[in-house]
Ligand binder design. Structure first.
Ligand SMILES: Cc1cc2nc3c(=O)[nH]c(=O)nc-3n(C[C@H](O)[C@H](O)[C@H](O)COP(=O)(O)OP(=O)(O)OC[C@H]3O[C@@H](n4cnc5c(N)ncnc54)[C@H](O)[C@@H]3O)c2cc1C
Length: 424
């Protein structure tokens, strides 16, 4: 085993992209997961890949909308009763990030990660025979209330300033773009120049196989602990332990649990989301479509039409809320009145979310050769390839390293000691 081998703990889309970027620079890599690589949260998402998804979740005035979202029968936002003690401090931090200056700072940082997303996916898929898993697309932000489609609102304004091509359409123009969408939608903002994934779970499979073929060792292990020895890191699993000089933790929301014993406490929570996928929907959608009010995103994928969304704050390993099955099916029928909803599958995944919508990326202070790549919340599919590039730059000590100060874990304050209980 090479002394300089890098071991990546967690093979979601972020870990997989880190593995590809490292092996392409000639750095030997091991990729560990307790399950099949890329088949968790990274498989069930809405498939949006966009240079323009650069707006954090906390926007000015969000505090006025939260009660309505919690009480709405559409349940775009919910908190499990036993999660409220963790939710309150996280929510306070979230609300403190909603000032325009904070939004603009986060948008700049998000643009750095999302900007090259489409090009990097095309590069990763090139030569695999699966290039068609990414298709060029618009994002159709659909509104039932025409007056709410304000193309000059802060979020669209920031996108425009960064170079996005936006268009406001109304009435029958919407049906020209998306004939299956209900005529209840009276206006839509088209965000052009992006892409969507036709089955994110297939992309993770294809890229895992590519990584394997380039020499990445894929290991099945349920990691229980990561401990520092004199020489490097000991990655302990349920029935085995592995030594590595350098470690990247990219275990999604479960990264928190792996790092806490090292005294690293971060406000990372599970913002769970759901999807229903209709196998024979009887209709085709041309783009990614978001119902802006319910925050649901629909997209035609290889195995059917998927409707994904909801933000449910809960412990990550708690059972999915089965009542969302019927709710999502009804919401899908409202969006697409001709939908054939008979053969459908139900799924839940955990967005790893920080209050400022930014991930933690890069070396962890005070922990020699331990690196972070987690917390990509709503944007992990699109942010993963650039995250991988950044980790490869830092690990190979590239002289032209990207400035990653916005993604430092230190933005949440002083690294807690092993006994600190301040941060959730
Ligand atoms: C409903 C929904 C819709 C979404 N839509 C989009 C979208 O359209 N576009 C977009 O960009 N993003 C979207 N996202 C977000 C995106 O899916 C996530 O940000 C992304 O998948 C996170 O990837 P990850 O690799 O960090 O984590 P994960 O995919 O969760 O991977 C972490 C991996 O670590 C492994 N692991 C954890 N603990 C251990 C351990 N102890 N030992 C070994 N292995 C371990 C897990 O098994 C898992 O495979 C959506 C999310 C949801 C829920």
């Amino acid at each position: 085993m090479s002394k300089d081998q890098v071991t990546i703990v967690g093979a979601g889309i972020v870990g997989i992209c880190c593995a590809l970027s490292l092996i392409e620079r000639g750095i030997p890599v091991r990729l560990i997961d307790r399950d099949k690589p890329g088949q968790g949260t990274s498989s069930g998402n809405a498939g949006v890949i966009s240079p323009w998804s650069i707006i954090p979740m906390a926007l000015p005035g969000i505090w006025k909308k939260v009660p309505g979202m919690l009480l709405s029968s559409d349940r775009p936002l919910s908190v499990k009763p036993n999660f409220w003690p963790k939710m309150i401090p996280w929510g306070m931090k979230f609300l403190s990030k909603s000032k325009e200056s904070e939004v603009r700072n986060s948008a700049n940082a998000m643009h750095l990660l999302c900007g090259p997303s489409v090009a990097l996916y095309k590069k990763h898929l090139e030569g695999t025979g699966y290039e068609s898993l990414i298709v060029d697309s618009f994002y159709v932000h659909a509104y039932k209330d025409k007056n709410k489609a304000n193309i000059h609102a802060l979020d669209y304004q920031i996108r425009s300033e960064k170079g996005a091509d936006l268009e406001l359409i109304t009435g029958h123009e919407i049906q020209d773009v998306e004939p299956s969408l209900s005529t209840d939608y009276k206006a839509a903002v088209l965000i052009k120049g992006q892409a969507r994934a036709l089955t994110p779970g297939m992309i993770t499979k294809v890229l895992t196989e590519k990584a394997r073929s380039l020499g990445v060792e894929i290991i099945s292990l349920d990691v229980t602990n990561i401990n520092r020895s004199e020489e490097g890191w000991v990655i302990q699993g349920s029935d085995n332990s592995i030594f590595s000089k350098k470690v990247i933790v990219s275990a999604g929301v479960w990264s928190k649990k792996l790092l806490e014993p090292l005294g690293i406490k971060l406000p990372l929570v599970a913002e769970r989301g759901y999807h229903m996928e209709f196998a024979n929907p009887g209709l085709q959608i041309n783009n990614s479509i978001m119902d802006v009010e319910s925050k649901l995103v629909a997209s035609s994928m290889q195995d059917g039409m998927r409707l994904a969304g909801a933000a449910e704050f809960a412990n990550p390993d708690e059972m999915p809320d089965q009542t969302r099955k019927e709710l999502l099916t009804n919401q899908a029928k409202v969006m697409f009145p001709n939908l054939a909803a008979d053969h459908a599958s139900f799924w839940m995944g955990c967005r790893p979310s920080f209050p400022d919508s930014l991930p933690v990326i890069g070396p962890i202070d005070g922990q020699k050769e331990l690196y972070a790549a987690f917390g990509h919340s709503h944007f992990g599919l699109m942010m993963a390839p650039k995250t991988g590039e950044i980790l490869a730059e830092y690990i190979s000590d590239d002289p032209d390293k990207t400035d990653i100060s916005s993604f430092s874990h230190k933005r949440f304050g002083h690294m807690s000691s092993k006994h600190s209980s301040e941060i959730i």
